[in-house]
Design a protein around this ligand. Structure first.
Ligand code: NPW
Ligand code: K
Length: 476
């Protein structure tokens, strides 16, 4: 589990440490970490360190100070270091003096063309908006690998939003704590390394699950278990027009846990043909007992579908409401009244579905996706999984998990149906809804990677990859 704090919390903690440490000590520790990672990347990419050329892009604040001090440390390893000062009058004075003492020089933007590696110290925690034109022009010249100091400049530290020119780093070296940008805009950051500054921080703003966290809670049958004790999930999905959504959601549920899967709906024939182990019926009322429902994928938005969702809400068990189910809640908010208030609900909107359900409630999906998900979760008293390159899962009590994607191949038709089936199976197994959604999103990404292996993948192949992904989670 990695804990993540917004910049306001990190700054406050840094100030407490600054007050009790020698002036400049924290910056030198941070810069030493940057220099070490820069040397490692130089060695990896060019086969050596001494004699290589590093260009520092130095902005107006302490982020630039870190870069200058890192340059001074790199000089000790005989690296040729040139600083390009974007705001010469405001460059960090002690850092610049240290670089000069160590034999570094101040150069011009053209020096970037001859760099073996570029260190991005343009802007850090104080960043606002995209790169300004002068910085953008220098960054546009960069062809060498980039190490970003604290975060890639031009990316918003707290939201990961990019709305103009910004740096894309190969490696980011950050200090004291992970910040939201490192997971909400992971692709911009490259490999992220954390340098410990001994900060004392309270509860994180969000958390990121790792393999061990998922392994700890993934349902594994014990000696006393049978198909019922492990949780029965019901899938209310698919229609005559969209039987495939049912087949995919059912397939994911079947493969996720050893609990029983029931299916209720118009695609019973297709589901039975593909998944003979599933108990199928035509309607939710005939399905028999379940511990959780998945309602919505490919279901349609007519009167019959509305009745299905009402039945699911009245049944008093946990539910995952996706796709058409979300549209139904947006167009018929009275459906919420049917809900048993003690039964947890997980909503899994993509951005357009989020807008459909949240905007009438006064919540807009802006650059701060975490804040939007938290607001909707609190407003509707449900766990909200907001899909995107980084998936945000917010519980109604304010806890948040973020799950970064590792590639874009999961953005394919039917992928969301697979995710909802996974969530349903984990809810039926009794997982806390936040963890059910977070672990499902985590496994979905891994299965997507296994299915894709660097090429487009159909969602049915993601379903087929689930057992391998679970094996990798449970057995390392
Ligand atoms: N505190 C500590 O203990 C430690 C801090 N550490 C380091 O300090 C960093 C924070 O430093 P910081 O607060 O001095 O500001 P920083 O991010 O360098 O910005 C400088 C100025 O840039 C400008 N600017 C804004 N947006 C811009 C944009 N898009 N494009 C271009 N320019 C832009 C804006 O100035 P403006 O021109 O608006 O007046 C802003 O004031 C932190 O990330 C870490 O690296 C470490 O050493 C560990 C110990
Ligand atoms: K930076």
């Amino acid at each position: 589990m990695r804990d993540v704090w917004t910049t306001g919390h990190v700054r406050a903690a840094e100030e407490r440490v600054l007050a009790r440490t020698a002036p400049g000590a924290l910056m030198r520790r941070a810069a030493y970490g940057v220099a070490a990672r820069t040397a490692a990347l130089l060695a990896e990419r060019t086969g050596g360190v001494a004699g290589r050329r590093v260009v520092l892009l130095v902005g107006a604040g302490n982020n630039g100070g870190d870069a200058l001090w890192a340059g001074a440390f790199l000089r000790k390893r005989s690296v040729g270091v040139t600083a390009v000062l974007l705001a010469p009058d405001r460059a960090h004075a002690e850092g610049l003096a240290a670089l000069r003492r160590a034999g570094g020089r101040v150069g011009a933007p053209e020096d970037v063309d001859f760099a073996d590696l570029v260190v991005d110290g343009i802007v850090g925690l104080s960043a606002r908006g995209p790169l300004r034109p002068d910085a953008a022009a220098v960054v546009a010249r960069v062809r060498a690998p980039v190490v970003s100091v604290d975060l890639p400049s031009g990316v918003d530290p707290d939201t990961g939003a990019v709305d103009g020119p910004a740096v894309t780093a190969d490696v980011t070296v950050t200090f004291g704590a992970y910040k939201p940008v490192h997971f909400l805009a992971g692709a911009r950051c490259g490999d992220v390394h954390l340098v410990d500054l001994g900060l004392e921080l309270a509860d994180p703003d969000f958390r990121v699950l790792d393999r061990a966290d998922v392994a700890r809670v993934w349902p594994v049958p014990g000696a006393e278990d049978d198909k019922y004790t492990q949780g029965v999930v019901g899938i209310a999905a698919g229609s005559e027009t969209y039987p495939g959504a049912a087949v995919l959601a059912v397939g994911a549920a079947v493969q996720a846990t050893s609990g029983l899967t029931r299916y209720a709906g118009a695609a019973a024939e297709e589901v039975r043909r593909r998944w003979p182990e599933v108990i199928t019926t035509g309607s939710v009322g005939d399905a028999g007992r379940v511990q959780a429902w998945v309602a919505g994928p490919g279901l349609g938005t007519g009167k019959a579908s509305r009745d299905v969702l009402r039945y699911v809400f009245e049944s008093g068990v946990a539910s995952c409401v996706d796709a058409d189910g979300i549209t139904l809640l947006a167009t018929h908010p009275d459906l919420w009244d049917a809900r048993d208030p003690d039964a947890p609900v997980v909503l899994t909107p993509h951005a357009r579905e989020f807008a459909r359900i949240a905007e009438p409630l006064g919540i807009t999906l802006g650059a701060d996706r975490v804040a939007a998900a938290v607001a909707l979760a609190a407003k509707v008293d449900a766990t909200v999984l907001l899909k995107g390159h980084a998936t945000v899962v917010a519980a109604p009590d304010g806890r948040v998990l973020v799950n970064p994607a590792r590639s874009h191949w999961l953005a394919t038709a039917g992928s969301g149906d697979v995710l909802s089936g996974l969530i349903g199976a984990l809810l039926a197994a009794g997982l806390d809804p936040l963890l059910a959604a977070g672990c499902a999103a985590w496994l979905h990404v891994r299965a997507g990677d296994l299915a894709a292996r660097g090429a487009p993948t159909p969602a049915s192949a993601i379903v087929s990859a689930l057992p391998s992904a679970i094996r990798a989670v449970l057995h390392g």
